[in-house]
Design a protein around this ligand. Structure first.
Ligand code: ATP
Length: 140
């Protein structure tokens, strides 16, 4: 069928669950070396992902999924994302993300030498991403 022929199967997997699994038209991710868009017929590929929302287009509608690093494999019209953490907008706990953001900001502002700045930067990026995904896509 024409409709089926233009889609690809997207699966987003974390250590805890399969967060998303569906036939979609388009997947946009931020890889470590730039943005990557994947449609039906894309060549096989493996890419390392950044902390950045994945955009998925299904039946013309866009949805964002928070993705915190990991890998994407494209093969035979299947996109598999294996990541330490991924959340749909409706599953994001806003208060938790705000608390994580404040914690990371406090750590980054601290003069304490024992603070791991790289770790705090990554925590801040994850928290900002989660808040962004919620704001943009669930109207919360
Ligand atoms: P926190 O300090 O709040 O744990 P974090 O960025 O360190 O935030 P991660 O290590 O990225 O958290 O994720 C640990 C687990 O908790 C993952 O399963 C992730 O999906 C989940 N998680 C983290 N923050 C949130 C959130 N705000 N809402 C829903 N799930 C979350």
């Amino acid at each position: 069928m024409e409709e089926t022929a233009r889609t690809l199967r997207l699966e987003v997997i974390t250590p805890d669950a399969s967060v998303y699994c569906d036939d979609v038209e388009f997947v946009l991710v931020r890889a470590l070396d730039g943005d990557l868009g994947v449609m039906h017929g894309h060549a096989p590929l493996i890419a390392s992902l950044d902390i950045w929302p994945l955009t998925v287009t299904k039946e013309g509608a866009e949805k964002k999924i928070a993705v915190a690093k990991g890998f994407m494999e494209v093969n035979d019209n299947k996109v598999t994302i294996v990541t330490p953490a991924a959340e749909l907008p409706e599953d994001i706990d806003v208060k938790r993300a705000e608390a994580a953001k404040h914690r990371a900001e406090d750590r980054l502002a601290s003069k304490n030498e024992k603070i791991d700045h790289v770790r705090a930067e990554l925590a801040l990026k994850r928290a900002i991403q989660r808040l962004d995904v919620v704001k943009t896509f669930s109207g919360r």
